[in-house]
Design a protein around this ligand. Structure first.
Ligand code: HEM
Length: 523
């Protein structure tokens, strides 16, 4: 008994010593790791590095971030302030929020910072993209693409967008089972982008197949830059090549047609405007541009559409106000035609022609719907922020941002902490974007609200995306009511983009024309 107890004690002692040594080694490694980053400050600048922890050697704070989710950033923001350093996914990052700081980053594009994307995204998207270009080439490319997103272009897109959205809402109402809204919105966004932006003539089966390939491409856009069998990058390259093969044929057709008189989609407009400017794009450049636009529009618009449906369901008072606005503008009238087969036999025919089409000008008069869309994008911004690389050491909020470090401007944190609105930032209140709210936002006003970024790299598709969301709100409220198909509202997930964990499963029902009209009048 005694010797057994003794050997037990010595084993425990040895284990304790080993643990102590491991602890000391770990602590030493951590100190050296912290020192390594402290020494990497730019000594030519007298300013300190931002506060914050670089976490564990090599892993940095990646594990903390994975475990804590969005709480990771808010807890560090509370502890260290609106500019703090951390180490994520193998890189030192300075995270920045707050209108004043974000303004410096966004207006410092090409001068203080340049945009930063993972290597895999550069490989997969190609070398002729807007997001990959810097300085003068970026400015030139943006000028060409901007024409395809001008007001005149949008004017042409709106009726077709409305047609596609109307059909979609009707099909949701005709489904006799729950609709997974996020998945349906992804399919819808792809269809709108492929047909209306790129002018692809696809039947439903082709569209679904191309959408699957495209989703595989997007899923692998952020992967390790290793082109080996079964790797994410290899899968992404295969999907990209398939998309390019398809696009090559469609682009060749476009290039042979002389459509100067009738430019109906964004790709036509890009081809035409580069011809006018005297530097025609090659087929490779056009393929890469097409895929880049699909990528920029796809998850962002699908996420925002899902959030719109969700937040309207959670706030029936906003639905009532939208209905009132539609009625006042003479748009609340739901179709009284006999049900048609295209809608599954239960609702009005999608193409009966007696529901008013909206022009861009009419859409512009729907002030409350505009506020609702803005509020959805404020509360649940699809893009959480953007990455930049410091081109030189500069000052931000009393700290140095050393040359070469990554900077992430945070859209979500900036929205969460903006204390410039009449009501608390955490609530859903479209009225905050009403006329009264505009005045209280002050000089940095536009940088308190940045769902589409800002400065030289602000979103090119902003007007288009807002029009899609406004049209979706109109079609939904005018023709449908919707309810949860699950016992409770789903939690939200933020990676790769904000969306409900279960995709948001809802039942949609067609609104009887008389009920819509009565509701419109009563409100
Ligand atoms: C609700 C939907 C959308 C949201 C929330 C959104 C958000 C954003 C944000 C935050 C940026 C800036 C990223 C950065 O600073 O690094 C951006 C850039 C961009 N967006 Fe959007 N976007 C949306 C829809 C669209 C659509 C529909 C298109 C076009 C079809 C589009 C095209 C682009 C392009 C081309 C850029 C890159 C601009 C540049 O680098 O110069 N976006 N978007």
């Amino acid at each position: 008994m005694f010797p057994w107890g003794l050997s037990c004690l010595s084993v425990l002692g040895a284990a304790g010593t080993a643990l102590l040594c491991a602890g000391l080694l770990l602590s030493l490694a951590q100190h050296l790791w912290t020192l390594r980053w402290t020494l990497s400050r730019d000594r030519a600048s007298a300013l300190p590095l931002p506060k914050g922890s670089m976490g564990w050697p090599f892993f940095g704070e990646t594990l903390h971030w994975l475990v804590q989710g969005s709480r990771f950033h808010s807890s560090r923001r509370e502890r260290y302030g609106t500019v703090f350093k951390t180490h994520l996914l193998g890189r030192p990052v300075i995270r920045v929020s707050g209108a004043e700081n974000v303004r410096t980053i966004l207006l410092g594009e090409h001068r203080l910072v340049r945009s930063q994307w993972p290597q895999s995204a550069h490989i997969l998207l190609g070398s002729h993209t807007l997001i990959g270009s810097v300085g003068e080439p970026h400015r030139q490319r943006r000028k060409v693409l901007a024409r395809a997103f001008s007001r005149a272009a949008l004017q042409r897109f709106v009726p077709r967008l409305q047609g596609v959205l109307r059909r979609e809402v009707r099909s949701w109402c005709a489904a006799r089972r729950p609709v997974a809204v996020y998945q349906a919105s992804k399919a819808l966004t792809f269809r709108m982008a492929a047909r209306i932006l790129l002018g692809l003539r696809l039947d439903d089966a082709q569209c679904a197949e191309l959408a699957r390939t495209f989703e595989q491409f997007v899923e692998n856009l952020f992967s390790l830059p290793l082109d080996v069998p079964f790797s994410g990058l290899r899968k992404g390259i295969r999907a990209r090549d398939q998309l390019h093969r398809y696009l090559e044929e469609a682009i060749a057709e476009k290039l042979h047609e002389d459509k100067a008189a009738e430019l109906s989609d964004a790709l036509d407009m890009i081809i035409h405007s580069t011809r006018e400017l005297g530097h025609e794009l090659s087929v490779q450049e056009l393929k890469e541009t097409a895929v880049e636009l699909l990528f920029a529009a796809f998850l962002t618009t699908a996420s925002a559409s899902t959030s719109l449906v969700l937040l309207l369901l959670q706030h029936p008072a906003a639905v009532a106000k939208i209905r009132q606005e539609l009625a006042v503008q003479g748009l609340g009238r739901a179709c009284g035609c006999a049900p048609g087969a295209a809608g599954g036999g239960t609702g009005p025919r999608p193409d009966c022609g007696c529901e008013p089409d909206l022009s861009l000008a009419a859409l512009g008069r729907l002030r409350y719907i505009d506020c609702v869309v803005k509020e959805v994008l404020r509360l649940l911004p699809p893009v959480s922020g953007g990455y930049r690389t410091a081109l030189r050491t500069f000052e931000l909020d009393g700290y140095q941002i050393p040359k070469g470090w990554s900077v992430m401007y945070s859209i979500r944190d900036t929205h969460e902490t903006a204390a410039v609105y009449g009501s608390p930032p955490e609530g859903f209140d479209p009225e905050r974007f009403g006329a009264a709210g505009e005045e209280s936002r002050g000089a940095c006003g536009r940088f308190h609200y940045i769902p589409f970024g800002g400065g030289a790299r602000s979103c090119l598709g902003q007007e288009l995306a807002q029009a899609v969301l406004q049209l979706l709100a109109v079609e939904l409220v005018r023709t449908a009511r919707w309810e949860l198909a699950t016992p409770a509202f789903p939690a939200m997930q933020t990676v790769p983009i904000v969306h409900p964990v279960d995709g948001l499963r809802l039942f949609f029902h067609p609104l009887a024309p008389s009920a819509a009209a009565r509701d419109g009048l009563r409100l």
